[in-house]
Design a protein around this ligand. Structure first.
Ligand SMILES: C[S@@+](CC[C@H](N)C(=O)[O-])C[C@H]1O[C@@H](n2cnc3c(N)ncnc32)[C@H](O)[C@@H]1O
Ligand code: SF4
Ligand code: SF4
Length: 402
């Protein structure tokens, strides 16, 4: 029984059902960056090519800082523990994971996999991560080296096979391993072969998604032909079905970020007369980068809402910018960046009551103690996709149709 989590989940659903623009609950999910350093220079990555970016760059995140997050970690169901950078460059990464897990909170992460040596593979299994995303974006060394220089594709594939073997040896269901593919002009021809690679590695899921343009120069550099992209997605899904590989497609609107650069509250447009919407990020998630800098969501990273130095996370989440975004969604006047965002959900009270009931019940049954190696397999990972910031939230919401 977990009273604190149950109460917070109840409060979160009250916020939504009562259409509060200034929520009383703490976030049910947290996106926390670790140090924003990287060992690769991917051609689509916002780290170095990001017009108007306000996120911390090349800054460490001390392990001690996580202690300040204890009240939030205690109430959240899940943490996405990565930001703009490579998580495994942080020497204390698994200390942070252990700290979060000590509150019974789930952890998912995304990595480029280059540094996933034997010690890290053991740490991954020992700490009971729920989900591990590996970004590949190619099926050959040749294409990988164009997308993610300086390369190392074959080594990553070997690291992955070794991780799957270790997980199987331990008869563990954790972590759920998802390989991702960000589509661009440079790699489109290789998407249909991706399910085969996922199968040969023994991973659980293939995630294919469109890429966001984080600057106008990036758009020029990576923009694919939309019709070719659509055909490649259809073919990939077909291939995945034949091979019996689970595939998830995130149809992200590539212009979301560039539109957020121009966003002002006045720029919103009615989505559908009389309809009402809400957004997972504004309601249940909080995106904290560096040591306590809050952003509205992972798409609007040109706007820093505030920092924990100013006050409690609940205070920051109630700031006027955030309250206004929620209000616009409830009124069905959708701000430019949100228009085609996969996080945007039609507001349906009946559906929300059903979700509230199921989520409050699982918060009530939540094991308070950490699940480690000794208890592996006791908490099933289920079918929830491994999703971080670029895709959907892990609990609900429709996958965008083709
Ligand atoms: C920024 S990376 C950080 C974690 C880690 N370094 C990695 O590469 O997985 C997180 C995810 O963002 C994705 N990503 C990078 N640039 C993107 C873009 N322009 N549009 C959509 N997703 C992108 C990556 O493929 C990766 O899956
Ligand atoms: S590995 Fe991840 S953080 Fe690093 S450059 Fe590539 S996408 Fe960006
Ligand atoms: S709908 Fe999308 S862009 Fe808008 S606030 Fe939510 S996550 Fe951000």
């Amino acid at each position: 029984m977990d009273w604190i989590r149950t109460w917070n989940t109840f409060q979160a659903y009250c916020d939504l059902l009562l259409r509060r623009t200034r929520p009383r609950a703490y976030p049910l999910e947290l996106s926390l960056g670790t140090g924003s350093y990287c060992n690769l220079r991917c051609i689509m990555c916002p780290r170095e090519d990001h017009e108007g970016n306000r996120m911390p760059f090349n800054q460490p995140v001390r392990t001690d800082y996580f202690r300040r997050l204890a009240p939030y970690l205690r109430r959240a169901n899940e943490v996405s523990l990565y930001g703009l950078g490579e998580p495994f460059l942080d020497r204390d990464y698994f200390k942070k994971v252990e700290f979060i897990r000590s509150f019974g909170t789930e952890v998912i992460l995304s990595t480029n996999g280059v540094l996933m040596d034997e010690e890290r593979r053991r740490d991954i299994l020992r700490t009971g991560l729920r989900g591990l995303g590996i970004s590949l974006d190619a099926v050959t060394e040749e294409t990988y080296s164009i997308i993610r220089p300086p390369g190392g594709f074959n080594r990553i594939v070997e690291n992955l096979k070794a991780l799957v073997a270790l997980r199987n040896e331990r008869h563990s269901q954790r972590p759920l391993i998802a390989l991702s593919f960000a589509m661009m002009r440079q790699n489109l021809h290789e998407v249909p072969a991706f399910p085969e690679l996922v199968k040969s590695i023994g991973a659980d899921e293939a995630i294919i998604h469109t890429s966001l343009y984080m600057s106008h120069a990036m758009k020029e550099r990576i923009e694919p032909d939309t019709e070719l992209q659509r055909k490649a997605v259809v073919k990939t899904i077909e291939n995945a079905r034949k091979l019996n590989v689970k595939v998830t497609y995130w149809n992200l609107d590539p212009m979301t970020y560039l539109r957020s650069l121009e966003y002002t509250g006045a720029e919103s447009v009615p989505q559908q007369a009389g309809a009402s919407y809400y957004c997972h990020h504004l309601w249940r998630n909080a995106m904290l980068q560096g040591e306590g800098e809050l952003f509205p969501c992972c798409y609007m990273t040109n706007h820093r809402v505030g920092t924990l130095a100013e006050g409690d996370l609940r205070v920051l989440r109630r700031k006027p910018f955030m309250a206004e975004l929620r209000q616009l969604h409830f009124e069905g006047r959708i701000p430019g960046p949100c228009r085609n965002c996969p996080q945007l959900i039609p507001y349906n009270r009946g559906q929300l009551v059903r979700e509230a009931w199921s989520e409050i019940r699982s918060a009530w049954k939540h094991p308070r103690s950490r699940e480690t190696d000794n208890q592996r397999g006791e908490t099933p990972v289920g079918d929830a996709p491994v999703a971080g910031c670029s895709g959907q939230d892990t609990n609900s919401g429709p996958v965008n149709a083709l």
